[in-house]
Design a protein around this ligand. Sequence first.
Ligand SMILES: NC(=O)c1ccc[n+]([C@@H]2O[C@H](COP(=O)([O-])OP(=O)(O)OC[C@H]3O[C@@H](n4cnc5c(N)ncnc54)[C@H](OP(=O)(O)O)[C@@H]3O)[C@@H](O)[C@H]2O)c1
Length: 286
Amino acid sequence: MIKTHSPRAGVAGWPVDHSRSPTIHRHWLKELGLSGSYERFAVRPGEFRQFAIQIGRGELVGANVTAPHKEAAFKVCDRRTQVAEALGAVNTLWRQDGLLWGDNTDVGGFLANMDDSAPGWAGRAKLAVVIGAGGAARAIVYALKSRGFERIAVVNRTQSRAEALAAHFGRPTQATRWSDLTAGLREADLLVNASVLGMAGQPPLAVDLSPLPDQAVVADIVYVPLRTPLIEAAGARGLRVAEGLGMLLHQAAPGFARWFGAQPTVTPALRALVEAEVLATHMEAG
Ligand SMILES: NC(=O)c1ccc[n+]([C@@H]2O[C@H](COP(=O)([O-])OP(=O)(O)OC[C@H]3O[C@@H](n4cnc5c(N)ncnc54)[C@H](OP(=O)(O)O)[C@@H]3O)[C@@H](O)[C@H]2O)c1
């Protein structure tokens, strides 16, 4: 019998149907003419370890990890990248020299998208305001620290979570109250929404952008809808913007390169493909 060794990868989550990762990775496999496959793995909470230990054995070369398994993925790893260690969460797994490795590619994905969408965005880097204090906000605060922001103000519905995040990262991160947001925006170089606000099915993000300086950049990591009301409002004010979809596309690249052995790129064709899919799903749901 002839045995084929076609590498398999996929995304593990619960639920996982909504994940756009298969579209991204399958596009790259086709574009680069590689043999391999990328699937959705519906892994129940509590069953992540059994899933993860299969990686690197047989044809399963690795996986992306989405909610609710990013902390479980962190725990199951034998080794983690420096970024994953700092965040306490893993979204990309592979096996190397027999050991299970984990990375967190949200940081790199956010930075690559900012560099693409708003070149020079971190040039002044005096004050960034981040809305949200969940897993994505952690990655973004880490990313902003790495680009040398002098102050990073975190605003969140649950103030204690903003304080915990600020304590985790230390200076220059500080928790800021919603009531102080408007004053903070007057000096901000960057505003990032890293909460679920503005996402389809969630409450809107009610922020008045008028205090922001004209050279400020506004980023939203929400990508359903593709252009959130925050992005629309920033665009209408003439501010430079970075949309959430770019981060999603860029964060996928490092995993692909490790599993399939070729460096993929984020092209307009890929963007158009995923945009069409998000749009179709969003219209169906709406
Ligand atoms: N573009 C990308 O590549 C990318 C990557 C990762 C995540 N995301 C998106 O980023 C968003 C956050 O993801 P996450 O993983 O950080 O989620 P998470 O860990 O569950 O955090 C959710 C955040 O949203 C806030 N929030 C939830 N409901 C709220 C409400 N009704 N009013 C005000 N704040 C509310 C939470 O505040 P509390 O602390 O008060 O609960 C928390 O700050 C999601 O929309 C996700 O799809 C995008």
